[in-house]
Ligand binder design. Structure first.
Ligand code: ATP
Length: 270
C-alpha cells in the first residue's frame, strides 16, 4: 500500500507543483493519475521513489516513511517505467533487464536467464535479447522497459506516460499486455497519463488532477464517467462527447450499440 499524506512540492521560484495531496493506493491495484500537462503527476509519482523529496507531507509504503529508506535501495526495490524507456544504449537488451538483479547480488547467469523469460512474458521474442535498444522499435523498447521494471520482482510499479510515445495501435497492444500482466502479477501500480481513455482502460481507480496536484475527482472509471464531479471533470473526461453517447439499434435480431454519429461500436450480449 502506498499512502500520500498531505504531500506538497514547491520548486524554488515557482508556484506549488503539488499542494496537500492525500491518497491511498491499495496493494495489488492500479491507480491512474490523469491530468493535463503540468498538473503535478510526475512530481507525485517521483515522491514514491524519492526522486523528488516533498517540501512537506510524507509518503508511506506499507506504513513506512520512504524518507527512512536508503534512496538507492528504495529505487532498486520499485519498478519504474518512463516514456522513452530509459534503456542504457550501450548494453544489450538482456543486460538492460538484468542490471538491477545483478546489482542486488543475483549471479549474472541466473539474472540473464530470468531476463530472457521476462522478454517472453512481455510478448517479445527472446532473440531480441542480444540486440541493443537502438535496434528496436519504440513499442519493443517500451516492452523491454516494462520487463526491466519487473526484473527485481518489485511490489510496486511506477509508470510515467510509458506508452505516450508510440503509435495508437502499438499503444493499444501495450495497454492490453499490461492488463494481462497485471491480472497475473497483481502489482501495486501507479500509472501517470494525460489520456483519459488510457486511464479508464487501465485504472481500478482513476484520480483526475487539476493544476497544482489538486484532486478534481477520484473513483472507478464508471463512477467518474457516470457522475463527473463538476464541469472541469466533465470536460476532461468528455462525458458529453458524442462518441461516448451510445444508443442501441436492432439489426437482424441482434442489438447493436452505435455512437452518436451512427458508427457501430459493438454488439450487446444477450
Ligand atoms: N525540476 C523542476 N524545477 C522547477 N519546476 C518544475 C520541476 N519539475 C516540475 N516543475 C514544475 O512543476 C509543475 C508540475 O510538473 P510535473 O512534471 O509534475 O507535471 P505533469 O503533470 O507530470 O506534467 P507533464 O504531463 O507535462 O509531464 C509544472 O508547472 C512544472 O513546470
Amino acid at each position: 500500500m502506498i499512502e500520500f499524506e498531505t504531500v506538497s512540492k514547491t520548486y524554488p521560484g515557482h508556484p506549488a507543483a503539488v499542494a496537500d495531496f492525500s491518497l491511498v493506493v491499495p496493494s495489488h491495484t492500479t491507480v491512474v493519475l490523469v491530468g493535463s500537462s503540468g498538473s503535478g503527476k510526475s512530481t507525485l509519482l517521483r515522491t514514491v521513489n524519492r526522486m523528488v523529496e516533498p517540501t512537506s507531507g510524507r509518503v508511506l509504503i506499507d506504513g513506512e516513511d520512504v524518507r527512512d529508506r536508503d534512496p538507492v535501495a528504495l529505487r532498486r526495490s520499485i519498478g519504474y517505467v518512463l516514456q522513452h524507456g530509459g534503456l542504457l544504449p550501450h548494453r544489450s537488451v538482456i543486460d538492460n533487464i538484468a542490471t538491477v538483479p545483478v546489482l542486488n547480488g543475483v549471479p549474472k547467469r541466473r539474472a540473464r536467464t530470468a531476463a530472457g523469460e521476462l522478454l517472453e512474458r512481455v510478448g517479445l521474442d527472446p532473440k531480441v535479447g542480444s540486440r541493443y535498444p537502438g535496434q528496436l522499435s519504440g513499442g519493443q523498447q517500451q516492452r523491454v522497459g516494462v520487463a526491466r521494471a519487473l526484473a527485481a520482482d518489485p511490489d510496486i510499479l511506477l509508470m510515467d506516460e510509458p506508452f505516450g510515445a508510440v503509435d495508437p495501435i502499438m499503444r493499444r497492444e501495450l495497454q492490453e499486455e499490461l492488463l494481462r500482466l497485471q491480472a497475473d502479477l497483481r502489482k501495486t501500480i501507479v500509472f501517470v497519463t494525460h489520456d483519459i481513455d488510457e486511464a479508464f482502460l487501465l485504472g481500478d481507480e482513476v484520480v483526475v488532477l487539476r493544476e497544482g496536484g489538486v484532486i478534481a475527482q477520484r473513483g472507478t472509471p464508471a463512477e467518474i464517467l457516470g457522475a463527473p464531479a463538476d464541469d472541469f471533470v466533465r470536460d476532461f473526461v468528455g462525458a458529453d462527447r458524442a462518441e461516448r453517447e451510445l444508443h442501441t439499434t436492432e439489426v437482424d435480431g441482434r442489438t447493436i450499440a452505435v455512437d452518436a454519429t451512427g458508427r457501430p461500436v459493438g454488439v450487446l450480449a444477450s
